[in-house]
Design a protein around this ligand. Sequence first.
Ligand code: SAH
Length: 502
Amino acid sequence: MSAHVALVGAGPGDPGLLTVRGRELLVAADAVVYDRLGTERLMGLCRPDARLVDAGKAPGRAALTQEEIGRTLVDLAGEGLRVVRLKGGDPFVFGRGGEEILALADAGIPVEVVPGVTSAIAAPAYAGIPITHRAVSTSFTVVTGHEDPTKPGEQTDWDALARVPGTLVVLMGMGRLPQITERLIAAGRDPGQPAAAVQWGTTHRQRHVVATLATLHEVARARGIGSPAVVVIGDVAGLSDRLAWRPPQVLAGRTVVVTRARAQASQLSEALRAHGADVIEMPVIRIEPLPADDAIGAMLDRLREYRALVLTSVNGAEQLFARMAERGMDARAIHPDARIVAIGPATARALEERGLRVDTMPERHVAEGILEALEGDDLAGVPVLVARAQTARALLVDALRGRGAQVDEVALYRTVPEPVPPDQIDRAVAADYVTFTSSSTVTNFVAAMGDRLQRMRGCVVSIGPITSETLADAHIPVDSEAEVFTIPGVCEAVVEHARRDQ
Ligand code: SAH
């Protein structure tokens, strides 16, 4: 694909509503110029080395002007880059996409347009409001509400709109909602007609209200519903109660802190967001491979001798294979009869992705569980590799040695503190839940919070007994502990707690 600019509609916010073509272009892009609304959860798809330009933020100012955006696109394409211009919803629905294409056309740059799912239709749909409905509404009109309807010379013909019998959808209308609704009523629209406002439609923060044309403004204000929202005026808004299809989200309106390393946070964050949580990723640790030393070298030399390989984390599995790869080795370097032991499903998956079928996975995903799972085995004289983090509990290795195994314990990585910016600390203090997925997240969280720790008011959720013990040592009471010691288990623990708390 040669240098060109693609104008891509991001959809309204639910990442599942990005088109297939949009995704294809986004993951391959060298540079992405993005608006914030609707794109938040798509930025993770961009290549880590892609150049990202926030069109909502100019140096020292609020936003890039339209002219500056056009110039940025032309410059990036001029460098021979594949550029995606990512815009919320559909790029041509009040998106000024046309102006950007003109700027590119003037510079002779080839353009592709990928339409998006517009909030005008999707936000009502996610609130159970069909934009048309047989015998209720046979047309819809989408207007912008950002101009003052009482201002002379206003371009929107509100009088005419008041008379069109179908559904009227107003984007950017929350700021002038009282003027708009009054104007429509003055022009003859029925004040008792159902009307709704859907804020943050399709996202985990979605909220909506249904009232009448006359009362929508008051009701929305009372319920704290403001921009960005789609306003729907018409009888279809009255169907919302009966057609609502989205299950209520138990974590809606709750903030949850994820303290895992940045590279590993997304699985937990996504699971929490799927239940409506507002997730704050606050990585307090980072995984750092240890420099190759004699122990690692000796382990690789005798890799084929081990008759059991024990991996107690995804990081351990990944690091083992990374070290092997540096020497040109892969799964074939391991003894074909070696027993492969993984502490839990994520570690097992990491091994299986690398061609190693896992023989043993304990029911309880802790070191004690591994020992229980190996209980019937004769380990006397058996060479065993335990590949793990620099600081790990001695229990597993001691117990294996106690049963006569010849254990090589090799540290492949360590967790180091990740600096936490002050605003993250403020957000963690105010959050509803803070999750801990390992003892090292606890220790480093405590260090990062300092004396702010006492002010924290959220519930504390732990992945399992070892992490809970570390929390207890730090005098942090645990509100909920996962039943299954995995990342999905942590999410479940938060959800269960929130259900009880409702
Ligand atoms: N091109 C976009 C609209 C841009 S104008 C589209 O097709 O959706 C910005 C306005 O769109 C906001 O003021 C709001 O009225 C609406 N909007 C965009 N995303 C929204 C969302 N997720 N929920 C509710 N309204 C949204």
